[in-house]
Design a protein around this ligand. Structure first.
Ligand code: ATP
Length: 306
C-alpha cells in the first residue's frame, strides 16, 4: 500500500516537466574518524566521503497528493521515509502547495552505511525543486537538506569531499577513479546504536583524513587502500562478526585493502581495476552476502535521467 499524505489539490499551473526520472547514488566513507564528543551529545567526526555508482531510482510525477510507492520491503512507507520527509520539508520551506507521486526503486541496501535514505532525500529535493520550478541557489536547498540528515547536503553535490562537524561541513577535494567491491551482509545496523558504542579510546586526531587526501592525490589505488580507516569498525566488529569475515574474504580474493563504510555494516575493498573488482566480486559472493563491483563517481550524486 502506498503511503498517502493529505495535501491540498494542485494548482492548475501548466508548463515545465511533469515527470522526472532520477538516479540517486550511494556513498562510502574512505576514512571515518571520531575526534571527540560535543556538548550537544553528538560526535565530532572527520571523514572522506565518496559517491559510488550504486544508485536508487526515483520517478517523480505531478499529483494531487503526496504519495510514495517503494519497491523494497524493508524501507518505511509511512511519513518517516526520507523521501516523504524531504518533500514535506520542501513544501514548507518554499510555500509550494502541491503534491507528487514518487516511486522509489530501492537498489542501495537499507541501513547499510551507504547513505541510501540520505541520497533519496537529496534526489527528492532536486527533483521537486525542478518540477516546481524553484530557482533556488544551492545554499538554500542545502539548508533544507541538512535538517533532514547530516549526509543529505553531501548528496546535493556528490563527488568526493572531506566532511567535518557531524559530517555536514563539506570541503570538496580532488578524487581519483577507483574500482571497488561492496559487500553487504544482508542485516542492517542502527547508526545511533553504533555511535552509542564509541569510547574515548577510539578517538583520533584527524591525521587519517590527511593521509587519505594525500593518497587520493597520488592517484594510486594501493596508496588509497593503505590509508583506509574507520573508527566505527571497533564498535561494529565485535557485535557483528560478519564485518571481519567480509573484509577477510575481500583481502583473500585479492582486494588491496578493505574497510567498513559509515556505521556499517557494508564493507568495501579496493581493486586495481574494474575487471579486477568483478573478479573479486565473483570470488567473494556467498550465502546472504550481497556484492557489487562499482566505480567511484566524480560528478553529481543526483542525476536527472528524463
Ligand atoms: P545513515 O545515513 O544513518 O548512516 P545508512 O546509510 O546506514 O544511514 P539508510 O539506508 O539511510 O542507512 O537507512 C537508515 C534508516 O533510515 C533506516 O532505519 C531506514 O528505515 C530509514 N529510512 C527512511 N527513509 C529511507 C529510505 N528512503 N531509504 C532507506 N532507508 C530509509
Amino acid at each position: 500500500m502506498p503511503a498517502v499524505l493529505g495535501f491540498d489539490p494542485l494548482s492548475k499551473r501548466s508548463g515545465g516537466a511533469r515527470r522526472l526520472v532520477l538516479s540517486a547514488a550511494a556513498k562510502i566513507n574512505l576514512v571515518l574518524e571520531v575526534l571527540g564528543k560535543r556538548a550537544d551529545g553528538y560526535h565530532e567526526i572527520a571523514t572522506v566521503i565518496q559517491t559510488v555508482d550504486l544508485s536508487d531510482r526515483l520517478v517523480i510525477e505531478d499529483a494531487e497528493v503526496l504519495e510514495l510507492r517503494a519497491t523494497a520491503p524493508d524501507v518505511p512507507r509511512d511519513g518517516t521515509n526520507l523521501v516523504l520527509r524531504a518533500a514535506r520539508a520542501l513544501c514548507e520551506a518554499s510555500g509550494v502547495n502541491r503534491g507528487a507521486r514518487i516511486t522509489l526503486d530501492k537498489r542501495v541496501p537499507v541501513a547499510a552505511g551507504l547513505g541510501g535514505g540520505s541520497t533519496d532525500a537529496a534526489a527528492t529535493l532536486v527533483g521537486l525543486a525542478r518540477l516546481w520550478g524553484l530557482r533556488w541557489p544551492p545554499a538554500r536547498l542545502a539548508e533544507v537538506a541538512v535538517a533532514l540528515g547530516m549526509d543529505v547536503p553531501f548528496f546535493l553535490r556528490g563527488g568526493v569531499a572531506v566532511g567535518t562537524g557531524r559530517g555536514e561541513r563539506l570541503e570538496p577535494i580532488g578524487g581519483t577513479a577507483l574500482a571497488l567491491v561492496l559487500v553487504s551482509p544482508g542485516v542492517g545496523a542502527s547508526t545511533a546504536a553504533i555511535y552509542g558504542g564509541v569510547t574515548p579510546a577510539m578517538y583520533s586526531d584527524g591525521g587519517g583524513v590527511h593521509r587519505m587526501v594525500a593518497a587520493l592525490r597520488s592517484r594510486r589505488p594501493a596508496m588509497v587502500a593503505a590509508s583506509l580507516a574507520n573508527a566505527l569498525e571497533r564498535v561494529a566488529a565485535p557485535q557483528y562478526p560478519q564485518v571481519r569475515q567480509m573484509e577477510a574474504a575481500l583481502l583473500a580474493a585479492g582486494a588491496l585493502g578493505a574497510a567498513m563504510s559509515g556505521s556499517g555494516l557494508t564493507v568495501f575493498g579496493v581493486a586495481r581495476s574494474f575487471d579486477h573488482a568483478r573478479q573479486i566480486r565473483a570470488r567473494v559472493a556467498r550465502g546472504s552476502w550481497r556484492c557489487w563491483a562499482v566505480r567511484t563517481l566524480s560528478g553529481p550524486a543526483i542525476r536527472v535521467r528524463a
